[in-house]
Design a binder for this molecule. Structure first.
Ligand SMILES: [Zn+2]
Length: 125
């Protein structure tokens, strides 16, 4: 009885903290999802214009996007320019569109057919 444990055991607990890794999280400017940085593609504003930064190491203001066309298309409509605090020139826009063409197509593309006002009857000559 009366087993008062001395405080000698505390030193053990401290060392386990080292294993916890901090994963940087970023927001996709297309769909606003927050994900680990490694799952996103970085875009950076450089003096030459907005560029894709595959290695994520270029200096400058950056924004992140999924490797999904739908997110790029959405971002190009405004959110990307807002995030980078810059106006996208037609050249930059074209370059980014060319890049997104290399991305895999997603199964669900909400932007491909949003028009419900299609009337096939008007096609008749
Ligand atoms: Zn996204």
């Amino acid at each position: 009885m009366g087993g008062l444990t001395p405080g000698g055991e505390r030193t053990v607990a401290k060392k386990t903290l080292k294993k916890v890794k901090h994963v940087p999280q970023r927001t996709c400017v297309g769909c606003r999802s927050v994900l680990p940085k490694r799952n996103l593609i970085r875009l950076v504003r450089t003096p030459e214009g907005v560029q894709v930064d595959p290695k994520g190491k270029m200096a400058g203001r950056g924004a992140y996007l999924h490797d999904q066309r739908s997110c790029w298309l959405r971002a190009l409509k405004g959110p990307l320019a807002n995030a980078l605090k810059v106006e996208l020139s037609p050249t930059e826009r074209a370059a980014l569109l060319a890049f997104l063409e290399t991305l895999p197509e997603s199964d669900d593309d909400p932007l491909s057919g949003p028009s419900s006002a299609e009337s096939p009857s008007s096609m008749t000559p």
